[in-house]
Design a protein around this ligand. Sequence first.
Ligand code: GLN
Length: 482
Amino acid sequence: MDLSKLTISKARKALDAKEYSALELTNAYLTAIAEKNPEIHAYLEVWEDSAREEAKVADAMIARGESQPLTGIPIAVKDNILIEGRTASAGSKILENYKATYDATVVTKLKNQGAVFLGRTNMDEFAMGGSTENSAFGPTRNPHDTSRVPGGSSGGSVAAVAANLALAALGSDTGGSIRQPAGFCGVVGFKPTYGKVSRFGLMAMGSSLDQIGPVTKTVEDARIMLEAIAGYDAKDSTSLADSATRSGTSLEKVIGVPREYLREGIDADVLQSFEATLARLRAQGYEIRDIKLPSLTYSLAVYYIIMPAESSTNLARFDGVRYGLSVPAATIQEVYTKTRGEGFGPEVRRRILVGTFVLSSGYVDAYYRKARAVREIIRADFARAFSAGGGSSLGGESVDAIALPTSPVPPWKFAEKAVPLAMYAADIFTVPVNLAGVPAISVPSGAVVREGKDLPVGFQIIGAHGNEETLFTIGKDVERGF
Ligand code: GLN
């Protein structure tokens, strides 16, 4: 069994044809994990025994002819998604010994299909970061060059798939945390429309931005995973009705490129690789049209106000009383401060400070409310670009999708972006998508060379609200070129 060539769709066929059993498949992954995880550090914990038990249950389902798309498929889960009875630490000391008391909706759905859970994966603490260096448990390494970061915050999930330590994985994306690491590690990362996948059982970072999504080796696998986890959920008050889904590309196959946004802060060879992929799409019959999204320039500023504001309120629940770590002290106030001081790492504390500041009386109008207003303009810009007839002031008619590089730079070396703002700046192309609530996919599209090594580059395709289908169609066309 060559795990490097395996996809969900291939494994499905082989399992159903009894070429190998789910148990054999799971064992192959467990062996690969034992071999490579000590170096890559994609997993924080591996569940050998239960994975084998789940594989046996899957084999029984297959034998009864009851197999579903993910029956017996070995997957990895980001450490901020709850699985009943399992530790879920969100990469934080404060939750090091916290065990989930219920299943996230996505987990319930995967369990019902008979998927096999290999383990929980490393991440930046509470999903804050773009390199997985902010994990309290040490960083994950990029399988393409272990002296470099895998991206983040879902670096563990992505490295697991890229190093063939899982067939697919779940990540979460608040400002790029699925797409950016997927781009950095040469795999597919998908951020669904806000509300498409239930957030019930996902530890909240920025509640109005967070979405769970798949990390896979192919676009088709991402489609299979999304289908399995998507759907209305009454337990998530922001869940979308299933009827909110739109589908299909127009016959024109038009992709918009907000070129003004590509002028600075992007490595020349990354831009070249982006242009080369656009040229390939053009050769496949796509029209590539320049569009204007004037508000995009404000995305980073808006994101780094709204996200910490929401994070700071969401993290208020970690008080040394309700969950995880509790540092004993003389008064309850001291329990709060000591627990939070010792339990949270520096980046999390930084964001709590910024979030509390932008929400504080006297500043809330200047920062938080203004950011909310600009966010609406960003949302409207995207909506206009996708709506027929609305595009003229923005440089043309409506487009089926918008293309941007996933990241302006390739994966960097450990500690290279120690200044927080330098790391934040690398989120420039991913955060607008979360602000607008639209879906986007990162598809591998070649490589750039650094120090003699090929480093993967991701091509990002952004779709209209509820229109994931178009992204799969275009994503497959991108894939075809490589
Ligand atoms: N890198 C971004 C941040 O640090 C995105 C994180 C995420 O999507 N969870 O906030």
